[in-house]
Every structure is written in C-alpha cells, then in structure tokens.
Design a protein around this ligand. Structure first.
Ligand code: COA
Length: 248
C-alpha cells in the first residue's frame, strides 16, 4: 500500500500542532486506501499530478480548519452576507467546533476532508454525507466545499468533488450571488432545481442545485489511479489517500 501525505510531517512536534500544519504519518501508515468514489476530470487529474492532495480530516487539523474556514468565508461572502454575521466568525471558535466534530466518527456517517497544496499546507475543507433535508432531491448531500482564494482554479476543488459527490446523484446548497461557485457546480453537472431557503442570520438566500450523474462518470481516460501510476514511473501511488471512502 502506498500513501500520499497531505500536510507537513509531525517532526515539528507540538509546535507543528499549534501551527496547524501537521500530518500524522504514524496514523497514515495504518490507513486503508480504498478506491476513489468518483471519476476525476482533467483539472482534478492535473492537480493530482502537480502534487495537490486531499484526505480525510483528523482532529489535529482543527486549528488550521478554523482559520481556513474563516478566511474562505471572508474572501467569498463579503458583500453577500450580512457584515455583522461575517464579522462574528471566529477562527478559535471554529477550531473548537472542528475539534468536537472530528473527535469521533460522525454519527450519520458524514465525512470531512481537507485539501492541501503540493507543499502540504491545508487550504481547503469540505464535507459530504446523507441528505439533511426532509424533502431532499437525492439521498446524498455535498455539505460544504471551501477553498482559499489562493487555490482557486488549481483543480483542488475538482479533486475534492471526486470523493464528495462520487459519480452519482447529489445535491447541495449555494448562496445566491455566489456566481463562481454556481459556475463550478454547473461544470460538475449540477443545475438549479428550484429549491430555495433563506438564512435570516446570515442574510442570504440559498439555491439548491442537484444532479443525477457526474459528467465524467465512466470516462476511463480520466482515471486518476492510472494518471498517478504514469506520474510515478509505473510504481503506482495507489488510490486516493482516504480512510473510508464513501460515495453517494
Ligand atoms: C466554489 C469553489 C469551490 C470553486 O473552486 P474554484 O477552484 O474556484 O473553481 P474553478 O476556478 O475551477 O471554476 C470556477 C468557474 O467559475 C468561473 N467564474 C469565476 N468568477 C465568476 C463569476 N463571477 N461569475 C461566473 N463565473 C465565474 C471561472 O471562470 C470558472 O469557470 P470555468 O469552469 O469556465 O473555468 C471555490 O471558488 C471556493 O471554495 N469558493 C469559496 C467558498 C465557496 O463559495 N464555496 C461554495 C459553497 S456552496
């Protein structure tokens, strides 16, 4: 089994944990690496070949996730959300929340992911799981996808979508006016299905988007494992570095 890492080694010790840029090679060594749940597109494939990585989040990520989450929101939602709501988001509170969430497997089977630069810095977080809406159009929900602006357009978001949504049916909510996100999801086969909800606290209306199938489903030419083997001189990097790959 081969495992790709996402984050810097734990040689930094507790300082590294405090800095939030930590991987856990000891634990990773024991991780299973089941096949990816979906088919990557060309952008995801290129990102993987360039060294961008995704993996399940673990508790040591909580601090950096709190920070990244707040930064992503400020970058993406300034002008879309109520300023008071945005001003109230706090990296420390976020970190505590992530620590609680990641302390144990989520009861409903949802999974949380991080995405890293080729140098191992966490710059994205994401989650997926069973639908949380009683009237959901599909059983599977892409719950969050948050990438720092510095990683926009790199293919990291495409790479995350491979495991967030698999190749099959899924739905998600996107803030009205978040045109970049809407364009990205449309590229991944999602369309506005007419579902709407309002978050009074944040002062936003949300649009529901759904799809039946990934545009790349069954596209053998986009097989990431094959790409990884090619990039690795035939040794094979193995499938995506996940603990319990979970598809829709
Ligand atoms: C949404 C997100 C995951 C997309 O990832 P990304 O790497 O930025 O996406 P890409 O660059 O691959 O694709 C974005 C597309 O939107 C287009 N775009 C950019 N700004 C746009 C705008 N204002 N209006 C319409 N399209 C726009 C880009 O040109 C690109 O189009 P293309 O497919 O023709 O290349 C990422 O931007 C992000 O995390 N944003 C902040 C948080 C967020 O909004 N998350 C979604 C919550 S539902």
């Amino acid at each position: 089994m081969s495992v790709t890492r996402c984050g810097t080694p734990r040689t930094a010790g507790l300082d590294g944990v405090a800095a939030g840029h930590v991987d856990a090679p000891a634990r990773l060594a024991g991780w299973d690496t089941p096949p990816m749940t979906g088919t990557p597109n060309d952008r995801g494939r290129a990102a993987y070949q360039a060294g961008w990585r995704i993996r399940h989040a673990h508790p040591e990520d909580a601090r950096v996730m709190g920070r990244v989450h707040v930064e992503v929101w400020r970058e993406a939602y300034t002008g879309l959300m109520r300023p008071e709501a945005l001003a109230g988001v706090d990296p420390e509170i976020g970190a505590q929340r992530w620590a609680r969430i990641l302390a144990a497997p989520r009861p409903d089977g949802a999974t949380t992911w991080v995405g890293c630069t080729p140098t191992g810095e966490v710059v994205a977080l994401a989650s997926e799981g069973p639908a949380r809406d009683a009237d959901a159009p599909t059983a599977h929900e892409v719950r969050a996808l948050n990438v720092l602006r510095s990683a926009y357009g790199t293919g990291l978001a495409d790479l995350l979508m491979v495991d967030l949504a698999g190749d099959g049916p899924a739905y998600l909510w996107v803030v009205e006016g978040n045109d970049r996100a809407v364009a990205f999801y449309r590229r991944h086969g999602f369309e506005d299905d007419g579902g709407r909800k309002v978050d009074e606290r944040l002062g936003v209306r949300e649009i529901r988007m759904g799809r039946e199938r990934s545009p790349w489903a069954g596209d053998a030419a986009s097989d990431l494992d094959g790409a990884a083997r090619d990039a690795d001189g035939g040794r094979g990097l193995g499938p995506s570095p996940v603990v319990t790959g979970k598809g829709p």
